[in-house]
Design a protein around this ligand. Structure first.
Ligand code: ATP
Length: 377
């Protein structure tokens, strides 16, 4: 239908971006399809809508030159091919009409710049000016242009690179990775909402430590979640060391992610030790202590959610509660508590007891078989 509409309007159109990438990766049928028209995307959307049975409604975003059409649960997004140029001090590009290749150049990564023709004379032809296909084969995230330009134009792309690496288990091309470290401070001009969107996608990926580790390695994490980077490192006093709570946290997040897709539980795992940096003390008699870190951590959770403009609703309270409870059962197990105390704890956890037990299970990092058995019990 789209091809027919474009033909009647005598314009060229292409499927582009995530749909082509995911189709080639056989990641299942994506729910949104981006269509680029060399001409007016909005007019094309209107024409397509008029041809579809049921005459679906379209939403037109005149300022962006785009139109969205929902049909049978699929979102079709139409845009006119455009050329974008940016000024250093502004996030808003200067936009002018362009060719398909101009439009491919404004895309963030080679694997997101792939287009498939919907035109009669070359229907189904893949248009790949930046060799995105070999990057798909080699599992590489690479910017189509000089990465310093790509990231400086829209610094969110640095997080998108890391998000795709984490979701797809791809490697970021060395120059494209080094440029993230070099441009990391530009992330500060990006809105919290866009940052959190990417963070949630990283947390929802199969092995979140891939993305979180890259955020840390490139220095982005320091801007986004300084509470977490504060956990990194091992101190030694009088021959006594504590574990590196940052890397431990990433392990816990991965373990949790094997058990649940619930992103709030993954958040709880991510934040469960954040109270340890401000509560860390060395006591000559007992060594390193983090007394009260659960309580401090749950308070920090509220502040962190507020700063990142995450909703301060019952999801936040749930994460707070999980942070507050996270290490209690383990402390209890170590103290050989009675059954009734454990039962009371389970009762306290209420609805979240299953999640809590999963979290505890993930936290069992001891290699001592006797202790492992004790914890399991
Ligand atoms: P997902 O649906 O998993 O978020 P996606 O690639 O479809 O992945 P979208 O955010 O829907 O991501 O973007 C669609 C396409 O638009 C991308 O494939 C890419 O070509 C382009 N795009 C999106 N955001 C940017 C950006 N910040 N800079 C450049 N191109 C972008």
């Amino acid at each position: 239908v789209i091809a027919e509409a474009a033909k009647e309007m005598d314009i060229k159109c292409y499927v582009i971006g995530g749909y082509v990438r995911d189709y080639l990766l056989q990641r299942g049928i994506p729910k949104d399809i981006d269509i680029v028209a060399v001409g007016s995307g909005i007019e094309l959307a209107k024409k397509v809508a008029s041809k579809l049975s049921g005459k679906p409604e379209i939403s037109v975003f005149k300022n962006f030159g785009t139109a969205m059409l929902k049909n049978k649960g699929v979102e079709l997004e139409f845009v006119g091919a455009r050329k974008e140029s940016y000024h250093f001090d502004s996030r808003k590009p200067v936009v002018e009409d362009g060719t398909l290749e101009d439009d491919q150049k404004r895309r963030d990564f080679t694997i997101n710049a792939l287009a498939i023709s919907l035109n009669k004379d070359d229907y189904g032809t893949l248009l790949d000016p930046f060799d995105g296909i070999s990057d798909l084969d080699n599992k590489l995230i690479r910017t189509p242009l000089d990465p310093d330009i790509t990231y400086s134009d829209d610094p969110l792309r640095m997080m998108r690179a890391i998000r795709f690496a984490s979701q797809l288990n791809f490697t970021i091309f060395p120059q494209s990775l080094d440029a993230i470290t070099e441009n990391k401070d530009r992330i500060q001009i990006i809105s919290k909402e866009r940052i959190v969107d990417e963070l949630n996608k990283i947390l929802s990926s199969p092995t979140p430590s891939l993305g979180l580790g890259l955020l840390h390695k490139t220095g982005l994490l320091e801007y986004i979640l300084p509470e977490l980077t504060a956990l990194q490192g091992i101190e030694e006093i009088e021959g006594q060391r504590h574990k590196d709570n940052f890397w431990h946290t990433l392990e816990v997040v991965d373990n949790i992610s094997k058990h649940t897709d619930n992103v709030w539980l993954r958040w709880a795992a991510l934040l469960h030790d954040i109270g340890k940096a401000p509560t860390k003390k060395f006591d000559k008699k007992i060594g390193w202590t983090f007394h009260g870190h659960e309580f401090v951590g749950s308070k920090m959770t509220y502040k962190l959610f507020k700063r990142l403009r995450l909703p301060l609703n019952d999801k936040m309270k749930y994460v707070q509660k999980m942070v507050l409870m996270s290490s209690r059962p383990i402390v209890l197990a170590e103290d050989f508590v009675t059954d009734s105390a454990v039962r009371r704890l389970i009762f306290d956890a209420g609805d979240h007891v299953e999640d809590l037990m999963t979290l505890c299970e993930a936290d069992i990092t001891t290699k001592n078989p006797k202790k492992q058995k004790q914890y399991k019990n």
